[in-house]
Write a protein of this length. Structure first.
Length: 377
């Protein structure tokens, strides 16, 4: 029983701490590749899919237009309006975007109709709410000077001007992800990109199935075509944290189910004979991360049984898990948590969403419709 308990205890540490520590450590010992100058400025299309985003789209497009001013190349701004019932399309047109007014069909359907109409050689994909920095576009497009680069992942940061309930946890997670992606880039290329901002060569962009996370599926099309995904640390966008616990929890479940569906469709990339070191990185970064939280419930039960045998170490493990569960329940009940307690609540909510989403996926649950999260919900 102790051996089982140790395996259950060490697996999450290996996935969430061991793999990142190993990759970041090895990357620190390896000299960075010298940046190549662009022989010619590529044309680009900034593509935004939006559904009922009237409250955010004007601010978003203002930040994008400021970023466009910092890039001397040819760029078009394209908004695919997915059947909005508000003024999203009108506001986008007033901001100077080319707008495709589409019937409501979900994000995948909007992408599949918009991508063939894009004029740029590079597609810059971004959600309707993250705000661009002035340096976002030059940093995101510069890596395409390397012909081996098929896609570029940007960096998503959490805004602090209106801190939400989970803003601190979001900030820590964003920093963790960015450090890991930077290290992966130095060794074998990023595993995937975040939907906040990324870019891909238009010739590589695939048809997007309705039931997958589109950012993962589109960005990994570069790897499927034997290109690399680079990471551009200075290509930053800024977004608000989703404030409500229920919204966070539902979003995590939905993303987990759609993410596992995308992983299943991209399972050929997990073959190291085809993708080399990218394959185990994909397994640790994406697959194992979703499976690891499933160890917590059996670990809680087994550590409790071992604690009854007066084993002090496992008694502490059981007490720690119990305390974390109680904090999560207290937060779910609406109690105001502060400092580390709020961070523990955010972590437990994230892990519970991963675990439940994995179980939903195994049971055959799928999400085929795209529903944006509202900042003020």
């Amino acid at each position: 029983m102790q051996l089982t308990a140790w395996i259950l205890l060490l697996l999450p540490f290996a996935v969430f701490l061991g793999y990142p520590a190993l990759v970041i450590g090895v990357a620190a010992l390896r000299p960075r590749r010298a940046a190549r100058p662009l022989a010619a400025l590529p044309s680009a299309t900034i593509l935004i899919c939006a559904h009922n985003e009237a409250g955010m789209i004007a601010e978003k497009l203002a930040s994008v237009r400021a970023a466009i001013a910092a890039w001397p190349g040819q760029i078009e701004l394209l908004v695919a309006d997915d059947g909005s019932a508000d003024d999203t399309a009108m506001l986008a047109e007033q901001a100077g975007a080319r707008v495709l007014r589409l019937p409501r069909g979900g994000k995948a359907a909007a992408l599949n109709q918009a991508i063939p109409q894009a004029l740029g050689d590079i597609l810059v994909m971004t959600d309707a709410d993250p705000l661009f920095d002035a340096e976002t576009l030059p940093a995101l497009l510069a890596p395409f000077a390397d012909p081996r680069i098929g896609a570029v992942a940007g960096r998503v940061e959490t805004l602090t001007t209106r801190p939400g309930r989970f803003a601190a946890a979001d900030r820590w997670f964003r920093q963790y992800e960015s450090a890991l992606r930077s290290a992966e880039d130095a060794l074998f290329g990023c595993v995937s990109a975040d939907g906040g901002v990324y870019a891909i060569r238009r010739a590589l962009a695939p048809q997007v199935p309705t039931d997958v996370t589109d950012d993962f599926f589109i960005s990994t099309a570069a790897v499927a075509a034997r290109y690399r995904i680079a990471f551009a640390d200075k290509a930053r966008v800024w977004e608000h944290s989703i404030p409500g616990g229920r919204q966070q929890f539902r979003r995590r479940i939905r993303i987990t189910v759609r993410g596992l569906t995308a992983l299943w469709r991209r399972r050929a990339l997990m073959n190291p004979l085809r993708t080399g070191w990218y394959a185990p990185a994909l397994l640790f970064h994406k697959v194992a991360r979703r499976l690891a939280p499933l160890t917590l419930l059996p670990l809680w039960a087994i550590s409790g049984l071992l604690a009854l045998r007066s084993d002090m170490f496992w008694a502490l493990v059981c007490a720690g898990i119990t305390a974390a569960v109680l904090i999560a329940l207290a937060g779910a009940a609406g109690l105001r948590l502060r400092g580390p307690l709020k961070l523990v609540h955010g972590v437990m909510l994230h892990l519970a969403g991963l675990a439940l989403g994995t179980l939903f996926f195994a049971a055959g649950r799928r999400y085929a419709q795209w529903t944006p999260q509202r900042q003020g919900a």
